[in-house]
Each structure stands twice: as structure tokens, then as C-alpha cells.
Write a protein that binds this ligand. Structure first.
Ligand code: AP5
Length: 222
């Protein structure tokens, strides 16, 4: 069993790349941001507990995220591995993941974990988030400048309505970047110290980033 962790600050391209990489590797793509937005849209208790944190650009409490992800990661399609996008984001989440994988390894044998970090300068992140438009139908992100929709306001893939995420407003973006530096950089260090982190340059065209990710996922030089 193999678990991949895709890391990087808001706007680094995790969602864009994770969907493609998971399809290529034939493993499920588990995005805690997408799962939380689904809960919000459905008005579940998890969604209500998460709402105010997400609106402010803060992290949702660990207990809420861990319970939600545990439910998803124990479904049958995750038996052979999965790709995590946006998790873990705190040391507590990283330790909880390690404990869960140790428990599973005791039942089923060795599990490899590799974390891959997309590195992108802050000024590029801000431009990406300001221009991002997300599909209400399929959740895919496009960009007004870098991947403009063929029909204005409509998703190229499913034709759904494109909208701007509330947390992509500039004041919230600054808070999300600060939260990443404060709470998630320590998780990068955690994996680096365990020699489980591969860093790749995410500030290049999507196809080049994808090729580097494929190499990193297969343990070759990225
Ligand atoms: P989440 O949804 O995870 O947001 P994020 O990590 O801030 O990441 P983004 O979705 O903003 O960016 P991305 O890296 O996926 O970039 P994308 O591919 O879209 O989390 C949202 C909130 O949920 C958090 O703030 C928190 O409240 C909560 N949350 C989630 N997980 C949590 C957890 N584990 N614990 C606690 N709370 C949690 O790309 C961005 C744009 O750039 C797009 O328009 C795209 O088209 C474009 N683009 C992508 N790649 C390129 C490229 N190479 N060149 C040019 N443009 C590109």
C-alpha cells in the first residue's frame, strides 16, 4: 500500500495536479478542502462546524478534519492506497496519519508514505488565487488568465457555473498564506527530517509540473 501526500501553499496547484496524478496512479484523490466544501454545500454538522474557520481562512479544528477524513479513508476504494491533497496541515494531523498507517501496517503489511511539496513564490500564488474560478458542478479550477474558460463563466469540462471561492478574496488569501507559514511549514520539516519529502518547482507550466510529480511519485529525481 502506498500513500502520497501532496503539499504546498494555497494556490500551489495541488488540486489541479492531484486529480490528474490520482487518475494516472489509479488511486483515490482525497482532498480535505473539497470534502469540507461538500459538507458545507450539503449543510451537514461537519460543514456547520467548519464554516466560520473556512470563511476566515483559518484551519478547521483537527478533531473535525480527522473524523471526516477517517470516514472517507476507511472506504473500500482506499485499501490499496490514496493521494492526500491538503492534509496533513498541522503536526497533530501528521502524527494522527502516522498512527493510522502504523495501525494498518500491523494488519496488512508495509505502507510507504511519500510527501511531495509544490514550491511556488508568494506573488505567483496571489495571482493564481485572484484569478481562480471554480466549477459549482465538478469542482474543477480554471483561471481567468492562465486557463480562461472557452465560454465565459462556464466550466470547460462540464459546462457548470464558474464562481469565485469566498476564501479567494484578497484579505482572506493573505491570512491563508500566513496560516500556511505558521501551521503547515512545521509539517514539511516533519517529513523532511524523516527523509520522506520531495520538493518540486511548481512555478512552471502545468504539464511540466505534472511530469515532475510523476517522477517524484515513482521515486526518481524530480
Ligand atoms: P483547500 O481547499 O485545501 O485550499 P488550499 O490548500 O488553500 O489550496 P487551494 O485549493 O486554494 O489551492 P491549490 O493548491 O489546490 O491550487 P489549484 O490547483 O486550485 O482548503 C480550503 C480551506 O479548507 C482551508 O483554508 C481550511 O479552512 C480548510 N481545510 C482544508 N484542509 C484542511 C485541513 N487538513 N485541516 C484544517 N483545515 C483544512 O490552483 C490555483 C489556481 O492556479 C487555479 O486557478 C489553477 O487553474 C491555477 N494553476 C494551477 N497550476 C498552475 C500552473 N502550473 N500555472 C498556472 N496556473 C496554474
Amino acid at each position: 500500500m502506498a500513500v502520497l501526500v501532496l503539499m504546498g501553499p494555497p494556490g500551489a496547484g495541488k488540486g489541479t495536479q492531484a486529480e490528474r496524478l490520482a487518475a494516472e496512479l489509479e488511486i483515490p484523490h482525497l482532498s480535505t478542502g473539497d470534502l469540507l466544501r461538500e459538507h458545507l454545500a450539503r449543510g451537514t454538522e461537519v460543514g456547520e462546524r467548519a464554516r466560520s474557520f473556512m470563511e476566515r481562512g483559518e484551519l478547521v479544528p483537527d478533531a473535525v478534519v480527522l473524523e471526516m477524513l477517517r470516514e472517507r479513508a476507511t472506504r473500500p476504494d482506499c485499501q490499496e492506497g490514496f493521494l492526500l491533497d491538503g492534509f496533513p496541515r498541522t503536526l497533530e494531523q501528521a502524527r494522527a496519519l502516522e498512527a493510522e498507517l502504523t495501525r494498518r501496517a500491523g494488519e496488512r503489511g508495509p505502507i510507504s508514505l511519500r510527501a511531495i511539496e509544490l514550491r511556488v513564490p508568494d506573488e505567483v500564488l496571489v495571482r493564481r488565487l485572484a484569478g481562480r474560478r471554480t466549477c459549482r458542478g465538478c469542482g474543477r479550477a480554471q483561471h481567468l488568465e492562465f486557463s480562461p474558460p472557452r465560454v465565459p463563466g462556464r466550466c470547460d469540462r462540464c459546462g457548470g457555473e464558474l464562481y469565485q471561492r469566498d476564501d479567494d478574496r484578497s484579505e482572506v488569501v493573505q491570512e491563508r498564506l500566513a496560516v500556511y507559514r505558521r501551521q503547515t511549514r512545521p509539517v514539511e520539516r516533519y517529513y523532511r527530517e524523516r527523509e520522506a519529502l520531495v520538493e518540486i518547482d511548481g512555478d512552471r507550466p502545468p504539464d511540466e509540473v505534472f511530469a515532475a510529480l510523476q517522477r517524484a511519485a515513482r521515486d526518481k529525481a524530480a
